[in-house]
Design a protein around this ligand. Structure first.
Ligand code: NAP
Length: 471
């Protein structure tokens, strides 16, 4: 640090926990404020959901990692992968070594429907399916029974669209992506020919965005099927769309109208978009026999006193036969040991990014960014502004003397402690070795990379690469 450096973070050290987009944007902005940053992740690989969440057939979205690589190259930045907060290291230990801690751990769990049969064989949370096809090391041994002809995807968000598309994309199109090899094989052998995408509210309230909805209509081997009657909007939806509906909702309805006007084109596969249907029960034989269908109730839209449009069940019930159910109704945060958690919202308890105790009092030096701060919403770029808002609070608190006062903030000693805390510990050079190895494997096959999916492989390659770069 230069003696003249008057930035709020100068001479101060920050631990950012979680190397996804929110963690990288927070790191970048903390570096700008003069902090030294240690970015710590449970996996030996960085980039969070950009690597393990974004669909493999969306390589352009993944190219945002180039921005994060620039952050990683900056002075004052260090990466420690393969180290899990709560298992390998404790929050209390971080409080003793850093002036500030920023939690950027995302929301790894799935919301529950809370209906009978939810956990039958053949009914899976989409979060798990996504992590599996993206080669997340904790999910590489999962298995999904893809032998059914019809699958039901519950939910109307972009994740629901992603998983529906992954079931329908032609194998030769997936083969050139970085889909994990185990998933490529099983998806190629899948027998699913029809996906029913189920929304509990109407077309005007769907959560998916326009490009994602449009992609469903562009699948090479699957026709999109929308019953025109569903586009006769109820009075509340029509009035809302006209007066308050945003551009995305209006465009979604237009796209759906165009889909409804299409005639069957003889495609081998299909995707049916069904609205105003809530699942009541996942059906199957006996208590825990495999999925045979979903009992749904038809809904109507009602306007609540506070102006929201909600789904209200009618007395019309229907069974949709299927052998596979993917539940895609949003992610949920998981509590970290010794870090306050808001059970109701499923996020770390915070006020505008400052972690708070039960009475709402801010804990000195502890902050939160991304989905574990505000809940699982928005696109990758949303996290940049979100991180800036939190970092502005850190700067304010640094100037007011409200950060932590670590007893051992020595950078070299902390690196030694972190690396010694886990047999899976990997630094940035180790990740670069993994990255180069995966890209090499991909090159011959015309793929961006072939992902290593086992912790042992990732660690071996990172160690070998780091050792060869030292010699
Ligand atoms: P989401 O956008 O919040 O969508 C969740 C869906 O689940 C909504 O349609 C919601 O309906 C429905 N739902 C919730 N509870 C339900 C229940 N009990 N029964 C039936 N349906 C229920 O969540 P997401 O799809 O997980 O996406 C998370 C975020 O990541 C979003 O911001 C998304 O845009 C983003 N993302 C972006 C991309 C991309 O840019 N390509 C890809 C993937 C994800 P209601 O509206 O009625 O609550």
């Amino acid at each position: 640090m230069a003696a003249s450096d008057t930035r709020a973070g100068s001479g101060r050290r920050a631990a950012v926990i979680g190397a996804g987009p929110a963690g990288f944007y927070a790191s970048e902005q903390l570096l700008n404020e003069g902090f030294e940053v240690d970015l710590i992740d449970m996996l030996p690989t960085p980039f969070g959901l950009v690597r393990a969440g974004v669909a493999p057939d969306h390589p352009k979205i993944k190219s945002v990692t180039r921005v994060y690589e620039k952050t990683a190259a900056r002075e004052g930045f260090r990466f420690f992968g393969g180290i899990e907060l709560g298992a390998d290291i404790a929050a209390e230990e971080l409080r003793d070594r850093y002036h500030t801690i920023v939690y950027a751990v995302g929301t790894p769990d799935d919301n529950r429907l809370g209906i009978p049969g939810e956990d039958r064989p053949g009914s899976y949370p989409a979060t798990r399916f996504v992590a599996w096809y993206n080669g997340h090391p904790h999910f590489c041994d999962e298995s999904f029974d893809l032998s059914a002809r019809r699958a039901v995807v519950i939910g109307n968000g972009n994740v629901a669209v992603d998983v529906a598309r992954m079931l329908l994309v032609a194998p030769e199109e997936l083969a050139v992506t970085d889909t994990a090899d185990h998933a490529l094989e099983q998806l190629a052998a899948a027998r699913v020919t029809e996906v029913v995408l189920l929304g509990r509210r109407g077309p005007a309230q769907a959560a998916f965005t326009n490009p994602e909805l449009r992609e469903l209509g562009e699948l090479t081997r699957a026709a999109v099927d929308v019953d025109p009657a569903q586009l006769d909007l109820d009075e509340h939806s029509a009035a809302w769309l006209e007066a308050e509906g945003d551009a995305t909702a209006k465009r979604n309805v237009e796209i759906l109208r165009e889909y409804a006007s299409r005639s069957p084109n003889g495609s081998s596969h299909g995707i049916a978009l069904r609205f105003l249907c809530s699942p009541m029960e996942i059906l199957g034989d006996g208590e825990d026999g495999p999925v045979t269908g979903v009992r749904v109730v038809h809904n109507r839209i009602e306007r609540t006193a506070d102006g929201r449009l909600r789904a209200v069940p009618t007395d019309r019930v229907e069974v949709i036969e299927c052998g596979l159910v993917l539940r895609s109704i949003g992610y949920r945060g998981r509590a970290l040991p010794d870090v306050p958690f808001d059970e109701e919202r499923g996020v770390i308890r915070n006020r505008g990014g400052r972690v708070c105790g039960e009475a709402g009092e801010p804990l000195p030096g502890e902050y939160v960014v991304g989905w574990i701060k505000r809940g699982p919403s928005g696109v990758i770029g949303t996290n940049k502004k979100d991180a800036a808002d939190t970092v502005a609070k850190i700067v304010e608190d640094a100037q007011a003397g409200r950060l932590l006062e670590p007893s051992n903030a020595d950078a070299a000693d902390t690196a030694e402690w972190l690396i010694g805390s886990s047999t899976a510990a990997v630094e940035w050079a180790g990740w670069e070795a993994i990255d180069a190895h995966e890209r090499d494997l991909g090159e011959g096959a015309g793929r961006p990379r072939v992902k290593l999916v086992r912790m042992s492989e990732l660690i071996d390659v990172s160690r070998a690469g780091a050792a060869s770069s030292r010699t």
